[in-house]
Design a protein around this ligand. Sequence first.
Ligand code: HEC
Ligand code: HEC
Ligand code: HEC
Ligand code: HEC
Ligand code: HEC
Length: 482
Amino acid sequence: MSPFRRLKENWLQPFFFFGNNPVTLIGSGLTTASAITLLLYWGMEIIGHGFANPYLGIIFFLLLPALFILGLVLVPVGMALRRNRLRRAGQLPTTYPEIHLGDPVFRHGVLIVLTATVVNVIIVGSASYQGVTYMDSAHFCGTSCHVMAPQWTAYQASPHSHVECVECHVGSGMKSYVQAKVNGTRQLVEVAFGTYPRPITAPLNALRPARQTCEECHSPTHFTGEKLLVKTTFGDDEKNSVTRTVLVLHLGGVDSLSHRTGIHGHHLNNFEYVSTDPDAQHIIAVTATNPDGTTTQYVDSSWTGPIRGYTRTMDCMDCHNQATHVFQTAEDAIDEAMTDGTPSASLPFVHKEGLALIQASYASQAEAGQKIVSGLDDFYRAQYPQVWFTQRPLVDAAANRLVAIYDRNVFPDMKVTWGTYPNNIGHMAFPGCFRCHDGNHVSKGGKTLSNDCALCHNLLAVDETNPQVLNDLSLQNELHLQ
Ligand code: HEC
Ligand code: HEC
Ligand code: HEC
Ligand code: HEC
Ligand code: HEC
């Protein structure tokens, strides 16, 4: 007997004989269908029509392969069941039917597998296509799991609320593509088992470089010149006294003569820095490239250890780490809201009381919602019954706004509270620019990264009640001075 004949009689014929049962046929349909779907998607990835969303990994790495394997398992299970059934009934044949298309039993089996495959391709394919398109949206990233609530809330209130999450979070190229899919799958598993970190952190190094994100829309060399900033703050006194700070930021850029000036211009030189923490809040050394190609390294003079840690080339995100996920400080949030008119500065002590209420600790946003409202109500009823009696709508509006401020910034279940995410622009609430420009980073040649106030801005007025400069600029009315 030739080897081929032996194979056919001892293996293929029994295989098709026992395989001719519903369980096996459906199993092989499942396997072929998920294989075809997988191949189609991989084909799309290869010709560049892929999907960027990291969580799609769960479909391509888990669900479809699981169906594929389930199908493979069903095939022998169905065959074993049929064999047992026939043996118990004493109907096991001694020779197995020939396999050729002329045999109606064989033909029907093939037909069933083909039909099951087509039906399964339609079901598996369209189900996963719908899953894919849904998961590829910012809406999915932001809302499908509560874990992302803080970033989603901050994102919606940002100038980038129309930029898809994946534009900034998933790199291009095969390596970062696979990395993102593996990460996304791991994160979904973490969510399923509740083992994700609280709060969630994203070390800057895990993000796409600014060249592939920010610079797709913003030109880094754009010359901005000077930028006027007016900050309004309210006091903790009964009258919530208003003061203003006015400064001109030397934003600069690259001007028409190719001079690099100001804040933007000076950091475009591929500065490399070393920090001791992944969030780069403690920078121990930064190396600047000079116009002549030489380099100058500035080292934190209070640092005695080796210059080792997280290394990164400075780009937009080192200053604009909150370009999208803008978390406010409690002070900024309430000052901004009061500048906007609610809480009304006519309510005595509303700044002080409001700040205390949003900064108190609560178990959940729901609890905060109740306690902030009742807290403010109690305060005016007890301390200013006259106000409480005559200005209830103002008090209620103030309370509701305070709750909105809280819900926008604090997420107790994710352990996100005031100050959890540092903002690197400026230097008041967080180290920011002073991570390097603290007057303490010195080069071997004795050059210091200056913290001279005039290096970055001209301070035209600091916490003044009625800055003359705003009168000179005729801005008093524009700024709704009460
Ligand atoms: C314009 C770019 C951009 C877009 C769009 C964007 N992000 Fe981010 N995201 C960032 C940057 C930059 C950081 C790093 C912040 C830091 O390190 O302080 C970050 C950090 C995060 C973090 C880590 C926590 C944190 O705040 O540091 C999460 C979670 C996150 N983003 C989720 C999202 C989701 C969900 C979306 C879409 C709804 C989104 N991002 C859209 C730029 C972006
Ligand atoms: C898809 C295009 C796009 C990408 C990518 C993008 N931005 Fe923007 N960005 C915009 C637009 C449009 C605005 C203006 C929005 C407005 O004026 O309301 C803006 C505004 C800004 C502002 C001004 C915000 C303000 O308060 O006035 C900053 C700063 C900024 N982007 C930084 C960044 C940084 C940093 C990145 C990379 C992490 C980035 N952008 C990525 C389109 C983009
Ligand atoms: C050294 C820190 C630093 C770096 C690096 C940096 N920026 Fe800025 N950027 C600032 C500061 C400070 C402001 C002004 C902030 C404010 O308005 O409160 C600003 C403002 C902006 C604005 C708003 C300009 C306006 O007219 O209001 C945009 C847009 C912007 N930056 C984009 C970028 C982009 C894109 C990059 C990367 C190529 C970048 N920045 C790199 C510090 C930086
Ligand atoms: C990672 C360290 C680092 C951070 C963070 C940083 N800078 Fe710088 N900055 C430098 C270095 C290095 C130089 C160049 C010094 C030199 O020329 O040798 C520089 C130069 C400057 C200059 C030009 C100084 C001059 O001599 O004219 C300005 C202005 C400036 N930075 C503003 C800022 C502002 C504003 C921020 C925060 C938004 C900031 N920097 C954050 C490292 C940093
Ligand atoms: C390395 C650059 C840099 C240096 C040096 C610097 N600042 Fe600033 N400062 C900034 C930036 C950037 C902002 C704007 C932050 C923002 O956009 O909210 C700022 C904002 C401020 C504000 C207004 C902040 C607020 O929220 O009210 C004050 C006040 C201020 N600086 C004071 C000083 C003083 C005083 C010095 C000198 C000891 C100084 N700064 C040195 C970069 C710098």
